[in-house]
Design a protein around this ligand. Sequence first.
Ligand code: ADP
Length: 189
Amino acid sequence: MTATRIVLLGPPGAGKGTQATNLISDLGIPHISTGDMLRAAVEAGTEVGLQAKAVMDSGELVSDEIVIGIAKERLSEDDAKKGFLLDGFPRTLAQASALEKTLGDLDAALDCCLALAVDNEAVVARLRKRSEIEGRVDDNEETIRERMRVYDSETAPLLEFYRSRRVLIEVSGMGTIEEVGKRVRDALD
Ligand code: ADP
């Protein structure tokens, strides 16, 4: 595998987090999840956390300004020099452009955008199950639908963006974790 700078894309519930965890141990690169960073900020009660909490709970997107700020800061840390797996960022075209610029400034470029494709009803079923296990506030049915709507309108256009950059790899996210994991590894090879 040569790809080390990866963006993982997919609707909520596509299994990004699960696949990310397996991939980083294979590739030895840091897993950078803006969702995890924002949840940590909420937990710690920082300024960013205070601003983000209500937005996240309702299934809307945290402002580009905040998210671009935390992503940039994280990407400038030492361990991101050997590559990274970005999960949950970028989520808007403005974020994708900011990422491109940040990487350009670092003389780096994205190796691929790995997009997990799943069907909507499978996603709702998975998220409902996760809410029972993890109890995330944003995993109730109404918020799930809202996050899917936000994905379709704000994030899905990134597929075209990365296709035009010739780095898009689409993989089916349906099936077991192992099946999807194998598809992902085959696609990156
Ligand atoms: P998911 O389970 O949908 O993949 P995440 O854990 O990545 O969700 O993110 C949870 C929430 O954090 C999102 O619904 C959103 O409110 C906020 N968030 C995370 N990343 C971003 C981002 N790049 N831009 C805006 N908001 C974000």
